[in-house]
Design a protein around this ligand. Sequence first.
Ligand SMILES: NC(=O)C1=CN([C@@H]2O[C@H](COP(=O)(O)OP(=O)(O)OC[C@H]3O[C@@H](n4cnc5c(N)ncnc54)[C@H](O)[C@@H]3O)[C@@H](O)[C@H]2O)C=CC1
Ligand SMILES: O=C(O)C1=NCCCC1
Length: 315
Amino acid sequence: MERVPVILLRDEVKHLLHYKDLIPRLESALAGFSRKNCTEIIQPVRSVVPIRKHDGYMGVMPAYMEQEGILSTKIVCFYKREDGSTLPSSQATVLLFDPEYGHVKAIMDGEVITSMRTAAVSAISAKLLMPAQAEVLAILGTGREALGHYHVFTEIFSFKEVRVWGRRRERAEAFSRSVTGPVKVCVSVEEAVKDADAIVTVTGSTQPILFGKWIKPGAHVAAVGACRPNWRELDDELMREAVVYVESRESATIESGDIILSGATVFAELGDVLNQTRPALREKTTVFKSLGSGFEDAVSAKLVFDQWEAKERVL
Ligand SMILES: NC(=O)C1=CN([C@@H]2O[C@H](COP(=O)(O)OP(=O)(O)OC[C@H]3O[C@@H](n4cnc5c(N)ncnc54)[C@H](O)[C@@H]3O)[C@@H](O)[C@H]2O)C=CC1
Ligand SMILES: O=C(O)C1=NCCCC1
């Protein structure tokens, strides 16, 4: 029998995926991934094909979770875009397979998944590592990931002040107008991060934009951009003085320019903290260097598919 995959477009994925389901699933997947001798989650480091002519990369991100019966791969194309470019800086599709037979069960939009799971993992890092009674959140960058981070951080935490900085002030102002809560537009990174408790860097920068000397001791930084080994968002001082957490040590030492070029040491994976095998050093300045993992896409895609199937059953 020929099996036809279901195609789930952006709006449907958006409708089916919710942070309240996603966050606990990601927490258990991060913990599973970091368990000693983990055989449940098979995930090679992302394969990256340079698309030199267009200043871009294609990342292929497979993952297999045997117990959960999840086999998937995300294919994401991402680009270094010049200021003012109207082209998208990344596009992604997730394929969900039947692990027993190998056929494709679903082809779904990967952009909502990328943005929600990335923001959710940063929020998990903040839950574990941000100072207690955090009052000020600073978001550096005004694009798609910035918006995702705004939504989940304001949904699960209660900040007294949210600030945004963007290279182009009009984009930061547009960002501030596009969300429902109050957001203070800052003219410089330094102004945005002064005395901030939580800082999210979500830019396409390839050079440091955030400097350790501007940051309040004890602040938590979720560093989401700079996912190539020669790209940076954070300076050497911040990387060397902060306690650094990652999703995967293996990926971090291959893909993160902030880690490789600063010579910083990785203290723990987030999963180690969730498994209580490494401590959450909340009182110290902490950096979560996010790179994105195939297993995060895998559990997100499964949630979307299960929700879709449940809806179909009712109809
Ligand atoms: N860690 C992860 O799992 C993921 C990381 N990313 C990365 O996050 C970053 C942001 O992605 P999106 O929001 O989707 O992109 P976007 O294109 O929607 O937004 C990029 C933002 O960065 C700013 N920007 C670009 N170049 C800059 C520079 N040189 N200095 C300062 N700001 C600059 C832009 O003005 C814009 O505000 C990218 O580097 C992307 O590759 C994206 C998805 C997942
Ligand atoms: O995990 C992802 O998805 C991405 N990571 C880094 C660059 C763009 C997409």
